[in-house]
Write a protein that binds this ligand. Structure first.
Ligand code: PBG
Length: 324
């Protein structure tokens, strides 16, 4: 065939034809909205590096959930900032911890809302690392015991899905066994299987008050240079009992998302993280980028790369935009 006769533009000229040939699209039913809930907070506090995102007091959380539900967003991902931190991470698994209270409130008021809880220790340990520390090192096996207790306490409070984000080895197995032993064999685990040691988390650490007080997270989060390792991490977590896999950050890691979805064929989500939010917000505030168009484009890119669902701070805006 004469190559000159191939005209890709024939499918692009008429918007109706363009629609017929449209491969991917963003849908509100695939969005998860992250929320920060802080104990003993008097009034809502905007996060300086994440304009439009807030730390919420317990009294406000139902209103937020209601707004999300009304827009058609199926679920939220909860992060807790406890009233006190210690070396045992007690508040992470306390029956009356901030997350446990929030989950009970939300499930009572909105039984149909999917409540997903982030399971990690960095918000609860006074040094801000995601696991217990001994002699300056992050302990693995001691940490997964605490993580399993935290996950169980979330399930007992009514969490629909638990999402470990700590990156300790063997934590998915430990959580699965603990949940099963206590009658929560139907609670799914969404594993942040592939979580890179990324500079894009900086605004989140202000939001969750969880910055490490010394060192960094490179001894447990993944090296951004590695792709093969990501596949192995995700495979291991599935073998340990993870039901869904999360890739994080989203931008800069779409190759990873694509490969996991292609090769492992499991429900896979992308987490559009705080730094991605801050970056686009800042440019939009300066008038350098059109926020709506850029956000729809970046998130569509995640769908195209293979994301079944997206955790995003823009969930509410996207829900409004895709309706228009
Ligand atoms: C907790 C956790 C982090 C994020 C989600 N869970 C921060 C970190 O690992 O330092 C980052 C989310 C974001 O940047 O939006 N371990």
């Amino acid at each position: 065939m004469n190559a000159l006769k191939i005209r890709g533009r024939r499918l692009r000229e008429n918007p109706l034809v363009r629609n017929l040939a449209n491969e991917h699209r963003l849908e509100t039913r695939n969005l998860i909205y992250p929320l920060f809930i802080k104990e003993n907070l008097r009034s809502t506090a905007e996060i300086a590096s994440m304009p439009g995102q807030y730390q919420w007091p317990l009294s406000e959380i139902s209103r937020q959930a209601e707004q999300a539900l009304k827009l058609g967003i199926p679920g939220i991902l909860l992060f807790g900032i406890p009233k006190s931190k210690d070396l045992a991470g007690k508040e992470s698994f306390s029956r009356n911890g901030i997350i446990q209270k929030a989950v009970r409130t939300l499930k009572k008021n909105f039984p149909k809302l999917l409540v997903i809880t982030d399971v990690c220790l960095c918000e609860y340990l006074e040094h801000g690392h995601c696991g217990h520390i001994k002699n300056g090192k992050v302990l693995n096996d001691a940490s997964i015991k605490t993580l399993a207790k935290a996950a169980l306490s979330h399930a007992e409070a009514g969490a629909d899905i638990v999402a470990p984000s700590d990156m300790m080895d063997g934590r998915v197995r430990a959580i699965r066994q603990t949940l099963d032993k206590n009658g929560f064999e139907h609670t799914p685990i969404l594993s942040y299987a592939v979580k890179y040691a990324s500079s894009f988390y900086a605004p989140f650490r202000d939001a969750a008050e969880s910055a490490p007080q010394f060192g960094d997270r490179k001894s447990y989060q993944m090296n951004p240079a590695n792709r093969i390792e990501a596949l192995r991490e995700a495979k291991t977590d599935l073998e340990e009992g993870a039901d869904m896999i999360l890739v994080k950050p989203a931008l800069s890691y779409e190759d990873i998302l694509f490969e996991i979805k292609q090769k492992l064929r499991c429900p896979t989500g992308a987490y559009s993280v705080s730094g991605e939010y801050a970056m686009i917000k800042a440019a939009a505030q300066k008038g350098w980028l059109d926020e709506k168009k850029v956000v729809l484009e970046t998130h569509l890119g995640l769908k195209r790369a293979g994301a079944d669902f997206i955790v995003t701070y823009w969930a509410k805006e996207i829900a409004k935009w895709v309706r228009e």
